[in-house]
Design a protein around this ligand. Sequence first.
Ligand SMILES: [Zn+2]
Length: 131
Amino acid sequence: MGEWSGSCHCGAVRFRGEAEIDELTRCDCSLCRRRGALMAKVHESALTIEAGEDALVLYQWNTRRARHWFCGRCGIYPFHRKRAAPDFYGVNVGCLENFDVEAYPWRVADGLTMSVRSGEARSEWSGPRED
Ligand SMILES: [Zn+2]
C-alpha cells in the first residue's frame, strides 16, 4: 500500500502518506499496551499533516524523547514520533482509510524492556537511556 490517508475519529486531524507498509507492530510498553494500536513505521518525509495540527495534544513520559500525539477533541492517537528512531513516525493504521489490517503481518515490538523506568531495561539496546 503505497499511498494512504487517515484521520482521527472526529476528523479534526487529517493526514496522508506515501510509503510502502510491509509490516505492523504492537508495542508492549506501559503506554502502548494501554493504547492498543497496530502501528506502521514511516519516515517523516513520507507523512503530511493536512489538517488539525493545532488539535493535536502532545503526551510525553519516560525519557520524553518520543512524542505521542492524540486529538484533543476525540482522543484518538493518529501517530507519534518514535523514540529510538526520532525521524520516523509510528502511524496508527486503524486511522487509515480502506486499510485491510488483516493483510499485513504484525509483531510485538520490544518496548517494555527499552523503558528506562521499567527496571527491566535491556542492556544490549543501543538507544538513549538517560532521563
Ligand atoms: Zn479528533
